[in-house]
Structures are given as C-alpha cells and as structure tokens.
Ligand binder design. Sequence first.
Ligand code: PLP
Length: 400
Amino acid sequence: MLAEAKSIDTTIPAQTPADPAASLLGVYKPAAPVFVGGEGSELIADDGRRYLDFTSGIAVNALGYGDPDVAAAIRGALDAGVVHTSNLFRTAPAAELAAWLTARSFADRVFFCNSGAEATEGAIKFARKWAGAEKREIVAFRGGFHGRTMGALAATDRPAYQEPFAPLMPGVRFAEVGDVQALEARLSWGNVAAVLLEPVQAEGGVRPVPAEFLQAVRALCDKHGALLILDEVQTGLGRTGWLWAHETSGITPDIMTLAKPLAGGLPMGAVLVTEAVASVMQPGDHGSTFGGGPLVASAALATCRKIESILPEVRRKGTLLADLLGALALRNPGIRAVRGGGMLWGIEVDGAAGIVSRALESGLLLCSAGADVVRLLPPLTIGDDELRRGVALLEEAIGC
Ligand code: PLP
C-alpha cells in the first residue's frame, strides 16, 4: 500500500543568509567586488565602480565584454530554439566550427567537450587508444598545468593539488623543459604513448618553451613513435598574437587541446587530432552529452572568426605591451624578469598576491601565476591607452 503523501512545505525561508556566497563551496577566494556588467575591457561592480580587466576571466574573454558579434550569434542560436540536441543528432554549428578549426591547423578532426580539463582527458584517451596496450605512459613536464580532473591532474606538476586526491591516473612521468637527453632516455623505453606540453607554461609562471625545445620534442616523438600533444587551452586562439602559440616554432602536434576563449565565455573545449589519431576512435570510444551543442558552437564560430580578424592588431599591441613592461622593469629593480608575448605576460617579482590585491583597490584586475609571478591577460581587443593605464596602475601596486 502506498504511503500517504506528505504535505509539502512551500513557505520560503524568511531569512536569507547574510552573505549569499556563503553557500558556495569554498574552493576559491573570490575578490570582494560583485560584478554585474561589463563593457569592452572593463568590468562593472554593483556599486557602479569600473575595473580595468587584465585577467579576461583567466584568458577566456578574448574579445572583452559585450562583443556585439558574439552576442548576436548567441541570440541567433536562442531564437532558433535549439540550445542542445546531444550528439545523437546532427547540428550545423559544430560541423562548421570543426571545419573552421581544421582549415586553420594541422588537424583533420575535432572532438568537442566543455572545458580544458575535459580536453586533456580526451587527448590522453585518444593517445592511449592510438598507442595500444604496450605503450601506456604519458610524459608531462615540470611546471605544467593541464586541469583538475583525475587524468589531467596526474599530468599537472603540483604536489599540493595532487596529494589530497591520490591515487590519480597512473602512467604519468615528468620531464624537465629543456632537458632533451632525459626526454630521449624516457622515450627510448618504448612505452610512451604521448608527450604532453604547453607551448607557454602559463599557470606555471608564464614560461615560454623555447622553439628549439619544441622542435626537439617533435623530432623525438617521431623517432620513438610517440604522439605530441600540445595543450593550447590558455595559449591558443590568439592569446600570443598567433592563432596557435606553436605556429612560430615551425612544428605541429598530433593532438591539440583548446578551451578557454573558444566560445566567447561559454564553456567549451576541443581536442583537435590528425587523421591517424582519429582513425583509431570508433563510435562509443568517447563522448560528451553537452559537447559541441549548437548554442556554444554558434558563439565559438563568431568568436573564432573575430579573433582571426584581429591577430595583426594583437601582435602590434603585444609589442607595445612588451615595451611598456620592459620600461617598467627598468624603473623597478624588484622586477626580476618579464616574460611572455602577445597578451600573455608574467612579471617575476616578490609578493605577487599583495600586488594583485593592491591593484584591485586601485581598479585594475590582475591574477598571479605562483607566489612570485603577476600574470597579465588583457582582452585581445584592449586599446593602447588602456594598456598604458593598466601598466601605470600595475606600477603603483608594485611600488607600494
Ligand atoms: N590546460 C591549461 C594550459 C590551462 O591553463 C588550464 C586552466 O587554466 C587547463 C588546461 C584546464 O582548463 P579548465 O579550467 O577549463 O578545466
């Protein structure tokens, strides 16, 4: 016999918590302002104060805030009424986006997912499927960052992030960027499926990997039958002034991961692969319920097209920013190094967290990349005067 239905209490609790954010899991320490709007390179807080954004939502908002083309693409997809279908069915935007990406890269096929970490997971799975049962190992690098899920975290060289969650995915070994001999020794064991590398170690302190090392890794992968996976989640799609950061090194990978700026702020990741890798993946081998949905793919198409159209400008502004930061370093002996390119820069200086919080007080949003690197990630669309204003505010924050 059915139990008698309980009456449902529909009264709304009279008290809301004093701090609505108290209900969020405490894995972040967000800054105090509550942002309610954005325009160009600025975020607008609920008290009306404007902040110049040198974080771009951690390298996501490549086109800044309120880009009309991305907004129109999102509106168009909403008006069409199909936000999601799943990959059981075909939709046009994902296919068009995949064609756009393959036409401009080494890749022949694209798998869409929802984040950078998920792209790393896909890349590892595709590499292992390609390599077969005898070659399971992934070689990643000291200082690298590939995401927080169990496989991506295993390949992320951060003991503090890893240890509470062990055991992680087995089969990852770490090598040092620049140490060709050690990498060759590791690959010569014959059990490596893939080498996984960021062209610029962004979270690890904005450390560009020298082109010669990228070329050596490519050659070693070819010699020992391993795949090269480039993680361009943070560097890809214009951040360095080029569509792909690896372009200037003259090499191409077998697999490349993308995410952050891809869909103009909506969550989307992608794994780009050669036909050789694609050919081992069969229906059922991998999947994602949301991956490549029409809403995000429409936003991504508009974002990618616009980013491509402004690349020469990003390179020009990258040179301006390099000059501004070079002069800043000359005036401030506490700055030990300035590294980067395009709209991705790291300033090595003691007390990065203090600089970030002082800059916030004066209206500049910054983030760090470790304890002693302030990271600059302005929108690719930022104006010259905004770059000058941001560097002036940064100097104040450093000088305090
Ligand atoms: N790979 C790189 C190079 C990253 O910088 C990040 C995030 O910062 C990731 C992967 C993980 O991306 P997500 O946070 O979207 O999972």
